[in-house]
Design a protein around this ligand. Sequence first.
Ligand code: G3P
Ligand code: MG
Length: 253
Amino acid sequence: MNQTKIYGHRGAKGRYPENTLLSFQQAILQGVDGIELDVHLSKDGEVVVIHDEFLNRTTDGTGFVRACTLEEIKKFSAGSKFSSLPDYEESWILEKVPTLKEVLQLLAPYPIELNIELKTYTFEYEGIEEKTIALVNEYGNGRKVVYSSFHLPTLLRIKGIDPAASIAWLLNHVISHPLDYIKSLGLESLHLHKDMVIDNLKDWQELKTLVRVWTVNQKEELVQLMDAEVESIITDYPELAIAIRQERAVPID
Ligand code: G3P
Ligand code: MG
């Protein structure tokens, strides 16, 4: 039986402030096989790790990420907005929006995989592909990196810059002949919204090694997808997913 890998979504988003060094560190402590994060470009061209195009939801700043320099972005807290999480501590106020370089440096000692989602479907962020690959080459420590995006041209640009790069198309809608896309475009995998897979588990069986599924948080769905032996699950609760996987590994007398 192939063991499904567990990726922490934006670190361990279910318990810690998403896309912060704290969240990534905690996901690593929980024992993830990989982490997923999202990148945008700041006004001065730095690759920064944040989900939205704007600062408002996840930080105490306002405005578009691309309208602020890194120095300006770093003034804001990326932790203070998460006081409703059960484990909230005042020290979270000190969390900042990390750069991709800072995350790569944090990961350096750990042999885990990394999924970098390039958020290029709203703004194009000219040059983000080159900058991201350069940072991975310099600070990636040779780890497996999967570049994903909803915006297919971004993935094709990445492949053009680095033909050996692993690229994954993010999908939340059905496509016809998925294997044709994989082969024709040189995709390493498809990153599929969970509803696309859970409602059609049989249809994806043949492609199970080429599929990562997001964002899976319910126990029943985690079990279903582990039974289906999909390559990886991306979850806000990696601790839960890992515990379920461990339970299933225990032989029954
Ligand atoms: O990469 C999987 C997932 O993160 C895609 O959606 O909006 O959570 O970045 P989103
Ligand atoms: Mg993402």
